[in-house]
Design a protein around this ligand. Structure first.
Ligand SMILES: *Cc1c(COP(=O)(O)O)cnc(C)c1O
Length: 381
């Protein structure tokens, strides 16, 4: 099955008792047993719930994994991966990460004796130098948030081959429409399903998809014993969102390319971070690794002034100034004060999250309206 067919049919079947094409929202915590221990596959909804199961099966299908797990948020999903580790273990991660991921690593898990090394660079060699016999996890985000760096998944994953090291990829920005990391050697794929998978800015959810049964058992233990599950209503909504993922991603990418090109040629704009532009340092790698270049981009201003970025953000009419990304509507964000405020200022400066940086999540509106909106606010500064 190809991708768009999988989003609609992969591992999905009509509900057996009624033939309902979409699974009902099984709003129940528990399930009747005919005799102690005799039940029909479901005993308590933390362990499993049929609506969540339907979503988890679909997740496994679209990411080419053996099992999927639906969590109450993207961070709850990351938390479950970190809990596979032990005190003393080392984690190697990219240096440009979602702010909440960085915060969890440094503020929660360092306290429990797990060490983190943050690596700049996109290639195998950049990561290879940091591997020790204590390394147990490599955590990648690609493209990165908010600077849209692209990291060579296949290259970096090859470093873990034959070693007791898990490779996990946060695939939130790309979505499985653009890349399926398990096919490139990763062990675990993570999503903030709040973003493109849900796709409509109406829920918060997370996902893990794993490559083999042994890992599936370990992650199942974490979600069951740790308890960070997604409820049935939100499971239904994510499943519905997935059905249109391919169509949405296609339009997100077409629109983002046009906005990136417009910004790149605008006299008031300094840098544009979009892997689809030939000027992007990882353009060739992105072309090889991704189907399209996605719907996210960032840019800075020639003036370099935070006040100019604020003026621009305050005056957008079609694009909404708000946290989050990946919904049908275009959103704008000021990383230094919003999504990435949890990263200390000196580290932000070090990795290039400047105070004039603006991030855009390009939606699926008509491109003419988006371009006009961006042009109008640039005229104000
Ligand atoms: C939003 C986001 C997260 C966190 O997910 P939540 O659903 O907000 O908990 C993690 N990684 C990336 C890349 C994100 O954009």
């Amino acid at each position: 099955m190809k991708f768009n067919t999988k989003t609609i049919h992969g591992n999905q079947h009509p509900e057996p008792s009624t033939g309902a094409v979409m699974p009902p929202i099984f709003q129940t915590s528990t399930y009747a047993q005919s005799s102690p221990g005799q039940f029909k596959g479901y005993e308590y909804s933390r362990g499993a719930n049929p609506t969540r199961t339907a979503l988890e099966n679909a997740l496994a299908s679209i990411e080419n994994g053996v099992a999927g797990f639906a969590f109450g948020s993207g961070l709850a999903a990351i938390d479950a991966v970190l809990k596979l580790l032990n005190p003393g273990d080392e984690v190697i991660a990219g240096d440009d990460l979602y702010g909440g991921t960085y915060r969890m690593f440094t503020k929660i898990y360092e306290k429990y004796g797990i060490k983190f090394k943050f690596v700049a660079g996109s290639h195998k060699e950049d990561f290879a130098a940091h591997i020790t016999d204590k390394t147990k996890l490599i955590w990648l985000e690609t493209p990165t948030n908010p600077l849209l760096k692209v990291i060579d998944i296949e290259g970096v994953a090859s470093l873990a081959k034959g070693k007791d090291i898990l490779v996990a990829v946060d695939n939130t920005f790309a979505s499985p429409y653009n890349q399926t990391p398990l096919d490139m050697g990763a062990d675990i794929v993570m999503h903030s399903a709040t973003k493109y998978l849900g796709g409509h800015s109406d829920l918060v959810a997370g996902a893990l998809i794993v490559k083999d049964e042994e890992l599936a058992e370990k992650v199942h233990f974490q979600i069951f014993a740790g308890g960070g599950i997604l409820g049935p209503q939100d499971s239904f909504l994510v499943l519905r969102g997935i059905k249109t993922l391919g169509l949405r991603m296609q339009r997100h990418a077409e629109n983002a390319m046009q906005v990136a090109q417009f910004l790149a040629s605008h006299p008031k704009v300094d840098k544009v971070y979009y892997p689809g532009l030939e000027s992007h340092p990882n353009h060739e790698l992105a072309k090889k690794q991704m189907k399209t270049f996605g719907g996210m981009l960032s840019f800075t201003l020639k003036s370099g002034k935070k006040e100019d970025s604020f003026k621009l953000l305050e005056n957008l009419k079609v694009i909404t100034l708000a946290e989050s990304l990946g919904g049908v509507e275009s959103l704008a964000n000021h990383p230094a004060t919003m999504t990435h405020a949890s990263i200390p200022a000196e580290i932000r400066a070090q990795i290039g999250i400047t105070d004039d940086l603006v991030r855009l999540s390009i939606g699926i509106e008509d491109i003419e309206d988006l371009l006009k909106d961006v042009e109008n606010v640039l005229d104000l500064i």
